[in-house]
Design a protein around this ligand. Structure first.
Ligand SMILES: [Zn+2]
Length: 91
């Protein structure tokens, strides 16, 4: 029993600040038929991107002009607001 057993949480990179974080601290967006969809359960099979749960990282990604080309969907205002509502409406 000498080994310390840490729960391993998968790490993912936030595409806003490009830092690796625990997956459960990030919000995931998947591309479905060319549209970005917030994946609340992180279970969708589609290709996804991750953001920290703060507006700064999301806004930073919005400013990335190559975003759509790179990830296949547009990070538009509607999606940004949806994302923000997932981490601002807690408690
Ligand atoms: Zn970030």
């Amino acid at each position: 029993m000498s080994k310390s057993v840490k729960a391993r949480i998968p790490q993912r990179m936030c595409i806003g600040c490009r830092q690796m974080k625990d997956k459960n601290q990030l919000v995931r967006v998947v591309c479905q038929d060319g549209v970005g969809v917030v994946d609340n359960n992180q279970k969708a099979q589609s290709r996804g991107v991750y953001f920290c749960k703060n507006s700064d990282c999301i806004r930073r990604a919005v400013k990335n002009k190559g975003f759509c080309k790179q990830y296949g969907f547009v990070l538009d205002e509607q999606l940004v607001q949806q994302l923000e509502s997932t981490f601002e409406s807690k408690d």
